[in-house]
Design a protein around this ligand. Structure first.
Ligand code: AMP
Ligand code: ZN
Length: 494
């Protein structure tokens, strides 16, 4: 039986401002959409934190046995500098500065994003769609919004009529903003803009002649507005109503507010049951940001080459550091804080090494079952990783007292302690089991040595066909044999 049937998962819904019991649209299935990166520069540690929060959420949903479809997009067009409508596309701007094609920028930083997330042991999402791959779907949504009376064309661009929408819907429901205040606080259109109201946002923008990223549409040559892609891709892959939508806190307004408006204007109802927002990572008390330069790149954490760091830290330590805070709390990065996390992390890992050697007794003096429940309770309470980590340290305390023979457990309880620690540390928190990787490498090397010995025997018997076959097949696998004068060595490429 699936685990979720015995667990009550509660999720803080940013829309209601309350923790709610999670009930998916389709029993046993979860659809989750998370706004992905705009690939115009190297991913910074703040971005990593947000994506890590959702990686852990994805991992826990999978652990509970939900068939989860996790969609995380790549924004490769439409995100304008400073999030305004009249400006330069972030990717096009970078392409101009680096003298590259926009798609070269997209490729370069998408590869960087994947490499970094891989180092941090992220699970890949189920689908990773791109905005440029869904222009047709976006145009269809704009057409529908215009047909339903909430969009208007002006001079080759199409805008969303926020004031008209707010007459029958609630623009501001997610961010808690009020449209009258918003209109009062912004300069009204002074004839320079094609918008009816300053709060209207672009669904489709006319491309000026110099704009490289351009597509034909019913309104002329142009490109989609930033908010539109997420509506198009979430609807396409998860349906008009799906379970979870996440992103960083700073995306609540305008991005997610606009997504809700677009969906409601298109389908008549709100798209998402639970909105989730991850809080910011700060550096020296200020938000980490690509544009202000107040950031640390993950690569700098690994090497320690940063004015903010006294040394380098392995990805597992950085991951552990970030999960020690709840995803809805602000986390401040500092050298001291990550040093403290490193100590804790190694204490946890030492406990995991001792775990292997523990012996069972005929009776238990520890209540492992209720400890296991506390681990689930922590994650069921809006994915509370700091509380879970405190419980994992309690588990390590058990390991230590068992190792010192101060307490005893039965075989079943020992198995439960082992499996619970392993599941929560490696599968749910996503800590990479370096020991397992080392062991696997040792095994691989052993197998290669065995094949080399077999090949040597074949050569001694003048069975050239077999010896060549062994060499060639290993090469296809990225393992190159190097015949020396007396011995054969090898190299393994990634
Ligand atoms: P971007 O590539 O700028 O669109 O950002 C990708 C994701 O990272 C979004 O969900 C942002 O909300 C999130 N993000 C940006 N800055 C930070 C930060 N300092 N801390 C945590 N998340 C951030
Ligand atoms: Zn989005």
């Amino acid at each position: 039986m699936s685990l979720y049937k015995n667990q009550t998962l509660k999720i803080y819904n940013s829309l209601s401002g309350e923790k709610e019991v999670f009930t998916p649209v389709h029993e046993g299935n979860v659809g989750m959409y998370v706004c992905g990166p705009t690939v115009y520069s190297n991913v910074h540690l703040g971005n990593v934190r947000t994506f890590m929060s959702f990686d852990v959420i994805f991992r826990y949903l999978l652990h509970l046995g939900y068939k989860t479809r996790y969609v995380r997009n790549i924004t490769d067009v439409g995100h304008i500098v400073d999030d305004v409508d009249d400006g330069e596309d972030k990717i096009a701007k970078k392409a101009r500065l680096e003298q590259l094609e926009p798609m070269e920028i997209v490729q370069k930083y998408t590869v960087d994003f994947h490499t970094i997330l891989d180092k941090f042991n992220f699970l890949p999402p189920s689908i990773e769609p791109t905005a440029t791959g869904h222009i047709i779907e976006q145009i269809e949504i704009v057409k529908q919004i215009i047909e339903n009376g909430y969009g208007y064309e002006a001079n080759g661009s199409v805008y969303f009529d926020v004031v008209k929408f707010n007459e029958t819907h609630n623009y501001g429901q997610l961010s808690g903003r009020n449209i009258e205040d918003m209109l009062a606080n912004t300069r009204d259109t002074d004839g320079q803009s094609d918008k009816k109201n300053s709060q209207d946002f672009a669904l489709w923008k006319k491309a000026e002649v110099e704009h490289i990223m351009r597509w034909p549409s019913p309104w002329g040559i142009g490109f989609p507005g930033w908010h539109l892609e997420c509506t198009a891709m979430s609807t396409k892959y998860l349906g008009e109503k799906f379970d979870l939508h996440g992103g960083g806190m700073d995306l609540k307004f305008p991005h997610h507010e606009c997504e809700i408006a677009q969906n409601e204007a298109c389908t008549g109802h709100s798209p998402v049951n639970y909105w989730m927002h991850a809080n910011m990572l700060t550096l020296n008390g200020k938000k980490m940001s690509k544009s202000t330069g107040n950031n640390i790149l993950p690569g700098e954490i690994f090497t320690g080459e940063s004015e903010f760091l006294s040394k380098g830290f392995e990805p597992n330590v950085a991951r552990f550091f970030m999960l020690q805070a709840h995803y809805r709390s602000v986390l401040d990065f500092s050298n001291d804080a990550i040093l403290a996390a490193e100590k804790g992390f190694y204490r946890l890992m030492e406990g995991m090494e001792l775990l292997v050697e523990l012996e069972a007794s005929s009776t238990s003096t520890l209540d492992i079952l209720s400890w296991q429940k506390s681990c689930y309770d922590a994650m069921n309470d809006d994915f509370n990783t700091p509380i879970l980590i405190a419980q994992l340290f309690e588990g390590i305390r058990f390991v230590n007292v068992l190792n010192d023979k101060r307490e005893t457990v039965t075989k079943e309880d020992l198995e439960l302690l082992k499996s619970t620690l392993t599941i929560f540390i490696y599968d749910v928190l996503g800590i990479k089991d370096e020991k397992a990787s080392e062991n696997n490498l040792e095994k691989l090397e052993g197998v290669i040595e065995m094949l080399i010995a077999m090949r040597n025997e074949a050569r001694a018997n003048k069975n050239w066909q077999l010896s060549d076959e062994i060499r060639d097949k290993l090469l296809v696998l990225g393992i190159q044999l190097k015949d020396g004068k007396d011995v054969t060595g090898f190299s393994i490429s990634n």
